[in-house]
Design a protein around this ligand. Structure first.
Ligand code: HEM
Length: 284
């Protein structure tokens, strides 16, 4: 049996397969068992309960943080583009009340983004912890991108290596944004000019990393893997989605074998493709 860190979802060792192995699939799992580090009391509160074909994935608290981070990041991005690249994004400034107002608002949107992301950082620190399985996942990324396999490898836990890379790229970018942003906001005396000049460059590099990451993220969370978006709206996903994309997590919360359930479903409904929809693709 693998430990949380080895399993790839960073859940504590006390939360091992044994604890949930053999439990009925319809059992509602606790936050800690799920591997997202959210206390059981925060479980899906306020939303409709998942159906018997679904598994709870993100608590209300997690979803609230996610959408707050998303809103403040997009506001920071738009206001930043309007202020620092007016030759291309001049049309954005009127949305924020004109150039001076946009310049005033940008650092405050950004501080709110960093502030809410700090809460999300601690909320997701355990399931985002890097493990040897994540390095394995990254090495087989070409196969992931070409959809060669209908199911993810059985070691993929609550988050896969790509999701963790995205998370840690945001952590790095947020630190760079904060430090360089403060230098640009309050230029230091003395050697200030070169510090500010370097800050502009690093700020832009962090913005480009975040922008590319966000485009890939939105594609992965919507079109690439149908059924994912619901994880951040309803807070639940279908079991089919879970055994397809996060087999180790599925096994841990249901106590069932993801491959067996996939085969069972395939026999019932015909061949399934990688995203869980019927197709002619065959499992190797
Ligand atoms: C605006 C459109 C966005 C959509 C449609 C979206 C959708 C989602 C969904 C569905 C998930 C859950 C994935 C899962 O449970 O496996 C997720 C997770 C996540 N989101 Fe977003 N999100 C958006 C914007 C953002 C922004 C702006 C950020 C940060 C600046 C962000 C950061 C994250 C992170 C770090 C995760 C966890 C890792 C991952 O799934 O990649 N999201 N998002």
């Amino acid at each position: 049996m693998t430990r949380g860190a080895e399993r790839g979802d960073g859940a504590p060792a006390s939360d091992e397969l044994g604890g949930v192995q053999g439990s009925p699939p319809s059992r509602v799992t606790r936050g800690a068992e799920r591997g997202d580090g959210v206390p059981a009391s925060d479980e899906l509160g306020g939303g409709s309960p998942p159906s018997s074909d679904e598994l709870p994935r993100h608590s209300v608290y997690t979803r609230l943080l996610h959408w707050s981070v998303a809103v403040f990041f997009i506001l920071s991005l738009l206001s930043g583009l309007a202020v620092y690249s007016p030759w291309l994004f001049r049309w954005i400034a009127p949305l924020f009340g004109g150039g001076p107002m946009t310049r005033l608002l940008h650092p405050w949107f950004s501080l709110l983004f960093v502030g809410v992301f700090i809460l999300q950082f601690f909320n997701w620190l355990a399931p985002m912890t890097w493990s040897a399985d994540d390095s394995r996942w990254v090495r087989r990324m070409p196969e992931y991108l070409s959809n060669q396999e209908p199911l993810e490898p059985e070691y993929v836990g609550f988050f896969n290596g790509g999701q963790k890379l995205y998370f840690w790229s945001i952590v790095g970018s947020a630190v760079v944004f904060l430090v360089t942003g403060l230098f640009m906001w309050f230029p230091p005396h003395g050697s200030g000019r070169s510090v500010v000049a370097v800050s502009y460059v690093l700020h832009d590099v962090a913005m480009l990393v975040m922008l590319v990451g966000l485009i890939v993220h939105i594609y992965e969370a919507t079109a690439a893997a149908p059924g994912t978006f619901k994880a951040m709206t309803r807070g639940a996903v279908s079991k089919r989605w879970a055994w397809t994309h996060h087999p180790a997590w599925y096994r841990r919360v249901t106590g069932r074998n993801p491959r067996e359930d996939y085969d069972l479903e395939r026999r019932k409904t015909g061949t399934l493709n990688f995203s869980g929809a019927p197709s002619s693709t065959r499992k190797s």
